[in-house]
Design a protein around this ligand. Structure first.
Ligand SMILES: Nc1ncnc2c1ncn2[C@@H]1O[C@H](COP(=O)(O)OP(=O)(O)OP(=O)(O)O)[C@@H](O)[C@H]1O
Ligand SMILES: [Mg+2]
Length: 398
């Protein structure tokens, strides 16, 4: 926690906003740089405050206070977090589409608010440094494929493990499976390995991380995939900071042709910083209405983050089930093509419990073939160093 406090400006009014202000005033990670009940009158004060995040209180229960938000927007590009004591449900989706970073429902512990402030700030900082489009597409850099879904149980971990196994086994490429479901990661279990080390050991190490050091923390799977598992204890998750993660990605991209990332079913700091480094984002949907609704919200968040549309790929898992939504219905609801469909297969459950990815035990199964398709389209051989540059420094151990 050595970084300087985040400059926060508070505008507007809401029940409980005074308590929020008091809590933040004493908080070491935040510096209050000003307040103004009426943002339209805050003008130069707000512009010159150097605020990195704006907290705007509102008493409106169902509509985003558009005029006030515009007044703020006219003088600063800092992310805006809306604060309200009224039920935020009606407000939330409208707020997100209006470019509000987040909505916080009061009362709320100061730490919770500080977390949201930090998240808003780190995202805005990522955008300013060109985390998105201005990125290098050097052929020799490892490609990062991230699986995400806002819904638990959608199939992220199964798909991530099987894609990694497909790329390593079929395509003989140096592949890292990175488990960033930091609290409840189960990629190692699904791969049937018992790792000696996890990402926790990596972030706690004193030694500077380089490609040699990284090799000491991964566990090799028989398919050739190297696995860097999540911490064994949920409480260790928070030790994996965004800074450490950034460094890990930089080193891993040097060592590996392909990096497959598994995530938890929510956006938090590590997921957001992973997005910045993700070349291909696979959004995993299951064919049910709640999941589709949540994917829609995810898309809005991605829009806010200016995450490029061409890097988003919708994958429909458990496709073709009799009771579920059809691909066309989902495409219509999300206004986005379903790029991949993975059918339900009984054998998946067996493979999960045996700890052998189905892409290894039955590569010709429907799920195995689907993942081959994902690999061919998202990490085609010719775009990696494996072909053009003779592969990565380390060879697979077999
Ligand atoms: N295509 C499929 N066919 C049959 N079963 C599947 C399929 N995809 C996933 N499953 C089953 O769903 C279960 C949940 O999948 P998985 O653990 O990959 O979800 P997840 O998105 O990682 O969940 P969490 O958010 O809890 O980490 C698996 O144990 C597996 O048995
Ligand atoms: Mg999972």
């Amino acid at each position: 926690m050595s970084s300087s406090p985040i400059k926060v400006f508070i505008t507007g009014a809401a029940n409980g906003l005074a308590e929020v202000r008091e809590g933040l005033a004493d908080h070491p990670e935040v510096e209050l740089v000003g307040t103004a009940a009426d943002p339209a009158k805050a003008g130069t004060k707000l512009a010159e405050s150097g605020a990195q995040v704006i907290l705007h209180g509102t008493t409106s229960t169902d509509h985003v206070p558009t005029a006030e938000i515009e007044a703020i927007r006219s003088v600063t590009a800092a992310p805006i977090v809306l604060v309200t004591s009224a039920s935020a449900n009606a407000l939330l989706s409208e707020a997100l589409s209006a470019g509000i970073f987040d909505v916080v429902l009061l009362p709320q512990l100061t730490d919770g608010i500080v977390f949201t402030i930090k998240k808003a700030n780190s995202l805005a900082a990522g955008r300013a440094t060109g985390g998105g489009s201005g990125k290098s597409t050097a052929a020799l850099e490892g490609r990062v494929v991230t699986f995400f879904s806002p819904k638990g149980g959608a199939g992220k971990t199964v798909l991530a493990c099987n894609l990694a196994a497909t790329v390593a086994r079929q395509q003989q490429r140096k592949t890292l499976l990175l488990d960033l479901d930091l609290q409840f990661g189960d990629a190692a279990i699904m791969m049937g390995i018992e790792p000696e080390k996890t990402i926790y050991d990596l972030v706690m190490a004193r030694r500077e991380l380089d490609t040699d050091a990284l090799a000491g923390y991964v566990t090799a799977h028989s398919s050739g995939v190297h696995v860097l598992p999540a911490p064994l204890r949920p409480e260790d998750a928070e030790l994996v900071t965004e800074e450490r993660l950034g460094h890990l990605f930089a080193v891993a991209k040097e060592s590996y042709d392909v990096i497959v990332v598994d995530t938890p079913p929510f956006f938090h700091g590590p997921v957001l910083s992973t997005l910045d480094r993700t070349d291909q984002l696979v959004l995993v949907a299951s064919p049910d209405v709640p999941t589709v609704k949540n994917i829609k919200l995810t898309m809005q968040t991605l829009d806010l983050l200016h995450y490029p549309k061409e890097r988003r790929h919708l994958l429909l898992n458990r496709a073709g089930s009799k009771v579920g939504l059809k691909a066309q219905e989902i495409e219509r609801a999300l206004d986005m093509k379903v790029a991949f469909e993975v059918p339900v297969e009984r054998e998946v459950a067996v493979s999960v419990n045996r700890g052998v990815p189905i892409a290894i035990s039955s590569p010709r199964s429907a799920v195995g073939k689907s993942l081959q398709d994902v690999a061919d389209k998202l990490v085609p051989l010719r775009t990696t160093g494996a072909v053009e540059g003779g592969g990565k420094k380390f060879r697979r151990k077999g």
